[in-house]
Write a protein that binds this ligand. Structure first.
Ligand SMILES: Nc1ncnc2c1ncn2[C@@H]1O[C@H](COP(=O)(O)OP(=O)(O)OP(=O)(O)O)[C@@H](O)[C@H]1O
Ligand SMILES: [Mg+2]
Length: 442
């Protein structure tokens, strides 16, 4: 069977994926803005530092003796410098440097304004008519680390959000689709014979047209089946009396006839009328089996019914009925009338289509397993598979219309019983076996 996607699962997964995606988009845009704002703050700090230090540095340089050379600004306390600076002349000659500076990161000639290398961001200011420059450098790694920390702190809630949204979305979709799941279960547990209305309270609006259509179709199907059944039952019933009258008149006519060839012709007509009469009886039984109830409120012991029917048929086919029944009663909710019709059809079949030299075995176990077994030639598997359909027969030599097994099938499916046909019979190499469990669970 092809795997069908579940609405609940699909909805859940899409919702969770959307929440995560939206969160990631939010984190990305937030970090973009944060990065922009941070750069502005850091740049302004860089500029501020340069402007603060420059006058002090110039005062320091101008107050020195002319041959003291470049100087390193002393650190008051040992610390690591984030911002380092150099004060140089326009030609690049060094005048003053911060204590932790790495001169290799600066260009050979000083520059004014903001600029960047692969490792540092600089800000330079010129003073004393462009003869003295201060350049403050800040490592880019510092900004990147700060930016990474902020982005990670924005991403952290996502770790919590994923399990919470899993639980939340699962709970919400389950709640929202509760009625749909209920509808699915209602339809799932129905058997083919249940054509009653499908009803689920508070079903989402989107499903209302679907339920309406299903219910309309079920109602039409119910009406069509009822019409078919009542037509079969009525016509079979209406045929009964005229057929019986015609048969009676034929028998009277037969007694009055002297001419032998004419007598034979009348016998043939009688034979056909009997077949017709039997067919109408069977059709009536089928209509009843398909339309009537096959279950009873109270439990009935079905063993006496088997014994009674076996006795009836023992008169018609002496010595062929072989009963194997349990000592105790076998009680079932199966309607006794329906069971009698079912068993009669099975016994008739076994007697009529089975080997006349072999017995018909009716075996019932204490747990309700009924088996009707007869000898005879094996029915091919492809025919066996379709025998329970109406008017289907495998052996055209014997009498019959092909309705008996359809009646049995109608009764068993309406009672929720599984019907099994085997040929050859189980444990044998010939014959036919019908098996079913007569204990009906209501
Ligand atoms: N016990 C059996 N042994 C051998 N063949 C069987 C047996 N029961 C049924 N069949 C085969 O299945 C066919 C269908 O049986 P079904 O009872 O439906 O119709 P039928 O007996 O031919 O006619 P009807 O029951 O309407 O008088 C039979 O014609 C026969 O070929
Ligand atoms: Mg039959």
């Amino acid at each position: 069977m092809q795997h069908k996607p579940s609405l609940q699962k699909r909805l859940g997964l899409w919702l969770i994926a959307s929440v995560i995606l939206l969160w990631l988009v939010a984190v990305a845009s937030a970090s973009f803005i944060v990065r922009y704002e941070m750069n502005q703050v850091f740049d302004s700090a860089l500029e501020e530092t340069a402007q603060r230090i420059l006058p002090l540095a110039i005062a320091d340089i101008l107050s020195r003796d002319s041959d003291t050379g470049p100087q390193r600004a002393p650190a008051l306390q040992a610390h690591h410098e984030y911002l380092t600076y150099v004060v140089r002349q326009r030609n690049g000659e060094l005048l003053l440097q911060s204590h932790d500076v790495d001169l290799r990161v600066f260009a050979t000639l000083p520059r004014a304004g903001f600029y960047e290398t692969s490792s540092h961001r600089f800000h330079g200011i010129a003073a004393v008519q462009g003869t003295i420059y201060i350049e403050v450098a800040e490592p880019l790694a510092h900004r990147q680390a700060a930016f990474l920390r902020i982005t990670l702190s924005l991403l952290k809630p996502l770790l919590l959000l994923i399990p919470f949204s899993f639980i939340g979305v699962w709970w919400l979709t389950r709640r929202a689709l509760r009625q749909v799941v209920q509808l699915q279960r209602l339809v799932e547990v129905r058997d083919a014979g249940d054509l009653s209305k499908v009803e689920v309270q508070a079903l989402p609006e989107e499903f209302a047209p679907l339920i309406d259509t299903v219910n309309r179709l079920l109602a039409r199907l119910r009406r069509a089946l009822d019409a078919e059944r009542s037509f079969t039952a009525n016509s079979a019933h209406e045929l009964r009396t005229p057929l019986a009258i015609a048969l009676a008149k034929l028998q009277r006519l037969q007694l009055q006839l002297q001419d032998e060839p004419l007598k034979t012709q009348v016998q043939e007509i009688e034979h056909s009328l009997r077949r017709l009469s039997r067919l109408s009886e069977k059709l009536l039984e089928l209509a009843k089996a398909e339309g009537g109830s096959t279950q009873n409120e109270q439990l009935n012991d079905l063993v006496p019914i088997i014994q009674m029917l076996a006795r009836d048929y023992a008169y018609k086919a002496p010595g062929r009925m072989l009963l194997q029944l349990p000592e105790q009663a076998v009680k079932s909710h199966l309607d006794p009338d329906a069971f009698a019709i079912l068993l009669r059809n099975l016994i008739e079949n076994a007697l009529c289509h089975g080997d006349p030299q072999q017995p018909v075995i009716i075996r019932l176990s204490a747990d309700g397993l009924l088996r009707v077994i007869n000898g005879g030639t094996v029915v091919p598997a492809e025919q066996l598979a379709v025998l329970r359909q109406r008017f289907v027969r495998s052996n055209s030599k014997s009498l019959g219309a092909g309705i008996g097994l359809a009646i049995v099938d109608a009764i068993t499916s309406s009672a929720g019983i599984e019907l099994h046909l085997y040929s050859p019979a189980r444990g044998r190499c010939d014959g036919f076996e019908v098996s079913l469990n007569i204990i009906v669970v209501v």
